[in-house]
Design a protein around this ligand. Sequence first.
Ligand SMILES: [Ca+2]
Length: 556
Amino acid sequence: MPLRAVPASGRPRRGGVLRSPTAPGLRLLLLGACLCAWPRGSEAAGARRPNVVLILTDDQDDLLGGMTPLKKTKALIADMGMSFSSAYVPSPLCCPSRASILTGKYPHNHHVVNNTLEGNCSSKLWQKIQEPYTFPAILRSMCGYQTFFAGKYLNEYGALDAGGVEHVPPGWSYWYALEKNSKYYNYTLSVNGKARKHGENYSLDYLTDVLANVSLDFLDYKSNSEPFFMMISTPAPHSPWIAAPQYQKSFQNVSAPRNSNFNIHGKNKHWLIRQAKTPMTNSSIQFLDEAFRKRWQTLLSVDDLVEKLIRRLDFHGELNNTFIFYTSDNGYHTGQFSLPIDKRQLYEFDIKVPLLVRGPGIKANQTNQMLIANIDLGPTILDIAGYDLNKTQMDGRSLLPLMRGTSNVTWRSDVLVEYQGEGYNGSDPTCPAMGPGVSQCFPDCVCEDAYNNTYACVRTMSKSWNLQYCEFDDQEVFVEVYNLTADPHQIDNIAKTIDPELLGKMNYRLMMLQSCSGPTCRTPGVFDPGYRFDPRLMFSSQVGSIRTRRFLKPSL
Ligand SMILES: [Ca+2]
């Protein structure tokens, strides 16, 4: 059954009409509508406000060749615009990372800590406190954009305890959201709040293709009098890695990269890494190689989606007035430090993601090396729409000056990564060696997450430094530090040998970032020679809750 782009307010119509808002926060926003400062008179002069498309994949790495299968995407977005070569996520897990995209905030400010309802993933509290203030809600209510969502939203979206699929978040004019986590077949979509079940017929149900079709429908049926924002969030390349039939024999000769941290023992790393079995079993290696191939196969349908979308934008005369972003919610690893497959670690392979953009005013074939986090996407898109970022509490910064090649932009040198580990309290007879409190023990009983796999890192990039500093909230109060210039694969933890003064600076910077909120998160880092830290600014919104660390020196 073809999916028609039906507005969330009901029957198909020309022009997206906002649903009756239910959230009090959105009502407040609506009271001050039309607050986007698009230059007065510019539309009358023929200029149209830019459209924005955000394509978000699920678990697509940057470091292990994740972009390699996407040749058309590279040609149509990266080669036509800008690639950010240092783009990070503030949490290497779906729900916290997606919450950071939507809110423009670090996890300690949006309070989504893992993929469970208890961890605030699409919970009632999230719906009440954060969801009315996401950047799409502002785009819709303040800037008059038509807003379209298709695909995976937050992992617990559709949970009965949080309103089921009837819940449509404020700010979306068109809503085609997947219930729960990524699937390719046999799933339920919320079509503007009504459940629509899909089966396993490729031509009708393959989710990546369904997302492409409904997106094309939106472009055919949208209003031409308002600009639009589209967010298309694919299941690929998340497990269960089911490729379209025509791609299931692709990449038969491809294996996971055997780079220098593949299948080695992480001997100076935190306990969860040290318990991994080295060398990995043959069955683990076969499994991860097969997973690697299947992940790439699923991305071929994403490549088709991107091509179809851009062709349709061009057909409707919108391409030259549309910013198109492409990124992923977290990275991935296949065999690094003998961890078979997952994404919950602090290392580059899990926290670094592709980020591409093309659009008006962006020159072709640009690479930007500035330190970026996905909390910058919301501020960037609001900036494109003309919204004053000082009116938000977002932690990120607009990338628009970087995208336009503005000279003398003072940029940050540090971003924060925060992760709260998840454990499983039951026992597993197939994995008796591991006690309660661990999880993700697959394959071959190598566990990749635990309650105390809870850490915070500051990733620093400046002219002088290329470092990562991480502290664990575990019994060892473990510290890991890497010099990414000398050791790009993060093999040597230098926490014991690094200059103590530098260690103290990194500890201090981490403490500052973990206490930051809104404008205080946007400041340049301590390694910027022009930076003068003002603690009054940092703690202005944190009165009475100044965070103190349990230690100043590392314990290894
Ligand atoms: Ca993910």
